[in-house]
Design a binder for this molecule. Structure first.
Ligand code: HEM
Length: 225
């Protein structure tokens, strides 16, 4: 037990936590993007999919319960991911209190810098996104249970659509670096394996980003209305 607690607090342990929770969160964004592709099948299909998510698990579990369990697991993963990222960042700042004299960023520091500000932007985006499409606080024509109509209403505003596009491009970079370094953190690192790692990270981050960016673009272009 004591061993588990000190692994949890060690740098290696925190990196493993980032990797495992990152993989879970990646699974969520992938499935979320794939589910949202139903927007191209029309309002009825997307809205029925939203209702299915609330119903799934019934009658074994009460209506909406499995969705709440999934939300709690997701929230736990986000919390642990943020905690490990913050403590690792503070640890690395404490180890190097002075800035480098020259700003010649080596590859590793470039990647970790984009991970830090990228992570903050993605976290702020998720808060805005929940206020927009789940709670309807920032969308005056929000209708509960009608994700298709809500999505079209939100993305009809070019400012909101632009924000989603920009945030999803940042998320794409975060996913790319995250997927790439995940293997390193879990110890699956071998020069022979690296081209495969790069291909995997590029393909999966690319698919999620293309899918997500396509939604606001399709509304702006009038393809989805
Ligand atoms: C353009 C891209 C996206 C679109 C069109 C979209 C659409 C939606 C919609 C319509 C809902 C409400 C579903 C409902 O209430 O039935 C939702 C919920 C949600 N979205 Fe997204 N989303 C996008 C990107 C993202 C990204 C990138 C993330 C995370 C990084 C994310 C995280 C969430 C979360 C956590 C919820 C709440 C799920 C729940 O608790 O029910 N979304 N999204």
């Amino acid at each position: 037990m004591k061993g588990a607690a000190s692994l949890f607090r060690s740098t290696v342990g925190k990196k493993a936590i980032m990797a495992v929770t990152g993989l879970l969160l990646f699974g969520f964004v992938f499935v979320h993007m794939a589910g949202n592709l139903k927007v191209y099948q029309g309002a009825e299909k997307l809205n029925a999919y939203g209702e299915f998510l609330r119903e799934v698990g019934a009658p074994i579990l009460p209506h909406g319960q499995l969705l709440w369990i999934a939300r709690l697991v997701l929230l736990g993963a986000v919390g642990l991911h943020l905690w490990a990222a913050t403590t690792l960042t503070l640890q690395s700042w404490a180890a190097r209190p002075e800035r480098y004299a020259t700003k010649r960023a080596v590859q590793a520091t470039y990647a970790s810098r984009t991970m830090r500000w990228g992570g903050v932007i993605v976290a702020l985006f998720v808060l805005y996104h929940l206020a927009d499409l789940t709670l309807g606080w920032t969308n005056s024509s929000f209708q509960p249970g009608k994700p298709y109509e809500n999505l079209v209403a939100s993305f009809s505003n070019p400012l909101v659509a632009g924000l989603y596009i920009a945030a999803n491009l940042v998320l794409g970079l975060h996913l790319f670096h995250g997927l790439w370094s995940l293997f390193q953190s879990l110890g699956w690192n071998h020069p022979k394996f690296n081209p495969w790692r790069r291909g995997f990270a590029t393909a999966f981050a690319g698919i999620v980003t293309l899918g997500n960016v396509s939604f606001p673009v399709s509304v702006l272009m009038g393809w989805v209305s």
